[in-house]
Design a protein around this ligand. Sequence first.
Ligand code: APR
Length: 169
Amino acid sequence: MSTIVLRLGDITTDHEADAIVNAANERLLGGGGVDGAIHRAAGPGLLDECRTVGGCPTGEARITGAGRLPVRHVIHAVGPVWQGGDRGEPELLADCHRAALRIAAANRCRIVAFPAISTGVYGYPVQAAAEVAIGATRAALRELPDIEEVRFWLFDERAHAVFAAALDG
Ligand code: APR
């Protein structure tokens, strides 16, 4: 039975996960936020590998190694930029969670760590994002029984409380 758990803090400190999901952009060439933190912790080799991937459309995900991070893989998921909510953002946010989990399962990852994709620079309201992320993850885990645990790393108390409410909903 797969479980979804929450963690408070920096996702790059997760040394138990098999894969850490990155909130990336379509260029896959790094950036700020969690993308910046992951690339800083992984080292320059991650960017070198990302350059060979050739980008990733919004709603999809791509897998690479993890450089110096204490996990096997980084899965770069590209969430939508919030544009008010009627431009397909919920579907694209769900899609990138499902895509990341399918890739994780295909690469025999048992424990997968996610950030709160799209809720920073991309402006997605945290509560709406939490409901989509938890719902999409629950649905994906029903078809991916080999994934034992998904953990969402929230970077502040407020986001953690919002995700906890969505998890109990
Ligand atoms: N660990 C966990 N969560 C983090 C960390 C971290 N080290 N750093 C930031 N966060 C949180 C933010 O507080 C936010 O809740 O990750 C969430 C996602 O925010 P962003 O990293 O800004 O990602 P996103 O909103 O998806 O925007 C993606 O930002 O950094 C650029 O290159 C990235 O262009 C892309 C865009």
